[in-house]
Ligand binder design. Structure first.
Ligand SMILES: [Mn+2]
Length: 318
């Protein structure tokens, strides 16, 4: 699908649903809010769905309160769905099964592992963030790019590029960011909210995580873990663990950082980050995916056993 093909498609629908992935990041949230606002300004009825709680740190984004975690469409209405920033429909967790109520799915994403599950697929792996593709959609179709949309897009791109520091940051990323700044975005507000501000809970959880830090200097892997019960002890949400894996990855002479989150349901969510190795490939052994340098998977089994299994694959792959 090309950007210009979008408009004829939109003309056939008044009701549009936007979906994004579980454990939503800044790109998932910002892209959804920006695209929703653009469609609302076209006169569409738009709902936004995410099978998870939206972290409070994103509450500065206009429309934050619009996210819903239950998809209950009116049966009679013809529905067009946009699925944003999802490499596959399983990322919508329990909402995946409800997608049968949708007439057409448009899949917009930048993950290299994207399965092209949509009726229309706009997948650009060269884009640093899904928000870059949304920006292009808005521009190519001459839609209005107001200050609210600009803020959401800027936050999304800023989030997926680690504040324009990661390898995915391209000259095009900077050109788009420059245009968004010209539209009145305050870059300090975004970096303060996304990167500097810490809740006390997050800091206390980080202290717990750092106690578990282990390193394998030979294989240049460092890992940390946390149990769901620890998160509950602080009355916190697992979303507060976002970014912890980077502390392991960032250690000098380490290549790969791993974070294990052991849920009470016997499932471990594994976050993988790397400086140089393809961790998406490692995650794919366990049915996961992501980007070469940032990936994840979910593995069933006893906590200790899961950790051993994952570390074994990493050591063998290196
Ligand atoms: Mn993204």
């Amino acid at each position: 699908m090309k950007e210009q093909d979008l408009f004829p498609l939109l003309e056939g629908y008044n009701n549009i649903s936007i979906f994004t992935h579980v454990r939503p990041d800044g790109d998932a949230i910002g892209s959804s809010l920006a695209w929703a606002k653009a469609l609302i300004m076209l006169g569409k009825n738009v709902e936004i769905y995410c099978p998870d709680v939206i972290p409070e740190r994103y509450s500065f984004l206009p429309g934050y309160e619009r996210f819903q975690d239950q998809f209950l469409p009116h049966k009679k209405e013809k529905l067009l769905a946009f699925v944003l920033d999802c490499s596959d429909l399983a990322r919508l967790e329990y909402m995946e099964s409800q997608m049968s109520q949708v007439e057409k799915i448009v899949n917009i994403d930048h993950h290299i592992t994207n399965e092209c599950f949509g009726d229309h697929n706009l997948v650009k792996t060269s884009a640093a963030a899904t928000a870059e593709i949304i920006f292009q959609l808005i521009q190519e179709n001459n839609l209005e790019l107001d200050q609210e949309i600009s803020l959401s897009l800027y936050a999304a791109i800023s989030s997926d590029t680690g504040s324009f520091r990661y390898k995915n940051t391209t000259p095009q990323t900077m050109r788009i960011a420059a245009l968004l700044l010209e539209n009145g975005v305050n870059p300090y507000l975004v970096s303060e909210k996304l990167f500097d501000e810490l809740s006390l809970n997050k800091l206390l959880l980080l202290r717990e995580a750092l106690y578990t830090l282990k390193v394998d200097e030979k294989h240049q892997v460092a890992w940390m873990s946390m149990k769901e019960s620890t998160v509950r002890k602080y009355n916190a949400s697992p979303a507060e663990l976002e970014g912890f894996v980077n502390y392991a990855k960032n250690i000098k002479n380490m290549d790969i950082g791993v974070f294990f989150y052991h849920g009470n349901d016997g499932e471990t969510k594994v976050g993988l980050r790397s400086k140089n190795s393809d961790v998406a490939r490692m995650a794919s052994y366990f049915g996961g995916g992501g980007h070469p340098l940032a990936a994840g998977c979910t593995v069933k089994g006893r906590a200790g056993q899961v950790e051993k299994k994952i570390l074994k694959i990493i050591r063998e792959a290196l």
